[in-house]
Design a protein around this ligand. Sequence first.
Ligand code: 3JN
Length: 346
Amino acid sequence: MGFNQVVMKKYNVCVLGATGMVGKEMMKVLEEQNFPVGKFLPLASSRTAGSKVTFKGQDYEVIEATPEVFEGMDIGLFSAGASISKVLAPEAAKRNCVVIDNTSHFRMDPEVPLVVPEVNPQALKRHKGIIANPNCSTAQMVLPLKPIYDAVGIERLVISTYQAVSGWGKEAIAEMYDQVKTLMADPKAKVEAKYIFKQIAFNVVPQIDQFTDNGYTKEEMKMVNETKKIFEDDSINVTATCVRVPVAVGHSEVVNIKTKKKISVEEVRKLIAAFPTCKVLDNPSKGEYPTPLECAGLNDTYVGRIREDISQKNGIEMWIVSDNLRRGAALNAVLIAERMIADKLI
Ligand code: 3JN
């Protein structure tokens, strides 16, 4: 896959959060997609500014992000945390640098489009300089749901996620491996849980982000609210339970869908297989279904275990797996930029 423009215009691109996992993935995806980058500027907060990154074989020093650095930049891919985006995204937008923001800060702002380009590209037209990238779990889920929504409508979604530790940053991955190492040496050892809420090695943790007043976590409420916004449909009933599992990269989701009209499993398989960037890997007789280990490093979203829900009318059950750092973050952001260029919105 690559991005070939008819006119070889180049765009000045900055990546804010260049030393983080998603920022690094953004640079990798820009390279792989052959994105028409003119000037490149890796940015970070004062904490990590000064370190070095490599982009397209060239070393760059990471610059501290201040409002002035966005002068002359065309596109800013932001992934340095919600509080940083809150301050710097409007500053960048003011300077005609279109911001594609991977944090939660602007996602539910009615003035800001929340976009998965294969699902709701039309929302980009309303942009005012800032576009929000959905939460990783939402982004990968709405892709295979879209053709089902269009064909038969969706009444309710019951979601259970199995989320990789990389969603919580590189420190969380290190914590998992450290705990595994310690416990392999001494199964009775007490390990410290600093980043994930409880021990993640040989465990699963039903808490991602903080709890809210209704008993759901923030991550769960992100899935509920963002799904409705992306489909522009508040009538979809959504409930979610988000669980951290000891996987490095790749989020998995069980999604139970109650459709408005009946649809067969065969039809669902066909619709998803025909949808861009989705692949069906669903052959129970051969033991074929996706796992996060197999999907890590890949761009597509994989769907398996598609079956009729035997407990209700018009119910479909499926298993959705994707690389959370790519589809859920870096790739989605770059695809938004590509789409905006193709639609002459940048
Ligand atoms: O843990 C995960 O798998 C996803 C985490 C996402 C996340 C973590 C900290 C802050 C977000 C997000 O993208 O919603 C945020 C945030 O921007 O609020």
